[in-house]
Write a protein that binds this ligand. Structure first.
Ligand SMILES: [Zn+2]
Length: 322
């Protein structure tokens, strides 16, 4: 079962609470997964879903609210290798349901103009739950954070977007082909929304993955940081060794002051040691004292190089031009 399907099945295990919420949930389900048809002069309402739990949920809501049993059918889609569960309600209940859920009204659905049936928070949450069950999907958080609601109706999508925002969850809307997609991209927002609609076990799953992800990131950051520091130490040490080597060959380490000579020798003997380690090896010397002496060695080498280059330049012009 996909992450989406198991989240939906989990949401469906929630007991429907109040009648107002049942209607809100059914309304959103019908707006996302429902259709109206008129056959033989009879007004019919139909809901199609790939998810058996969602079909059972819709059946229960219709039964609770209107006291009728919707007709249920299962079709097998040979191409997609899945099942489609269909619920149908005939007249006169169908017309009543369509009016109550704002599937039909003066201007089709008037979600933006008439949100009175969604005034309380409980109903807004139930509406989001219904939209998720009917037209929502959530990507496995191991791959990426993405939760979306797809609807063919712009008014419904923007109404849903406002409701989600009202509930304090950040979401956005975009067009995809003929559809309008309300989507959530942030892990926190997805967790908040799924918690609200009752997908608690799915949240635990997401939270575990989030913990794993952040541990992994922290480890990576730490390794990078350590590698960075290490390469800095190594680069500095290489430069110090080159300078000391230069002094040894062009001047002799014995000409250095005893303190400098001691540090030069310690560095040549311990190329990978950090300043702290060198300081510890030398006994009394502090980190900054060692650093100061190493810089002094570098500047002595620089000075030697510049004077020697001067000499060579002179030699070049005087004697070595062919
Ligand atoms: Zn309510």
């Amino acid at each position: 079962m996909s992450f989406s399907a198991s989240a939906k099945a989990e949401v469906c295990r929630q007991k429907p609470e109040k009648e107002c919420c049942e209607l809100a949930e059914l309304a959103a389900m019908l707006h996302t997964a429902g259709s109206i048809s008129i056959s033989g002069g009879e007004f019919m309402l139909r809901l199609d879903t790939e998810n058996a739990a969602v079909a059972r949920r819709a059946f229960l809501l219709i039964k609770n609210l209107y006291g009728v049993n919707a007709r249920t059918q299962m079709h097998t889609n040979q191409l997609k290798h899945n099942h489609i569960y269909s619920l149908t309600i005939g007249a006169p209940t169908a017309r009543m349901v369509a009016m109550d859920t704002h599937l039909i009204g003066e201007e089709g659905l008037g979600l933006e103009t008439d949100m009175s049936f969604l005034s309380s928070r409980c109903c807004k949450v139930a509406f989001v739950r219904g939209a998720f069950l009917g037209g929502g999907s959530v990507t496995n958080p191991e791959k990426s954070y993405h939760l979306e609601f797809v609807s063919g109706q712009k008014e419904f999508a923007s109404g849903l977007l406002n409701i989600i925002k009202d509930l304090g969850v950040s979401a956005r809307m975009t067009e995809r082909g003929r559809n309008y997609v309300v989507y959530l991209k942030e892990g926190d927002a997805i967790v908040t929304l799924l918690t609200m609609i009752g997908a608690h076990a799915s949240i635990l799953n997401i939270e575990n993955i989030r913990v794993l992800k952040s541990v992994r990131n922290n480890v990576n950051r730490k390794v990078n940081c350590e590698t960075g520091n290490l390469s800095k130490t190594v680069n500095a040490s290489l430069r110090q060794q080159e300078s000391i080597e230069y002094i040894r060959t062009h001047m002799g380490l014995d000409k250095l002051a005893p303190g400098l000579r001691e540090v030069a020798q310690a560095r040549m003997d311990n190329p990978e040691a950090s300043l702290e380690e060198l300081a510890a090896m030398l006994g009394a010397g502090s980190r900054s004292g060692v650093n100061h002496k190493l810089r002094k060695l570098i500047s002595i080498a620089e000075h030697l190089k510049s004077t020697r280059e001067g000499i060579h330049a002179g030699e070049g012009t005087d004697h070595q031009t062919p």
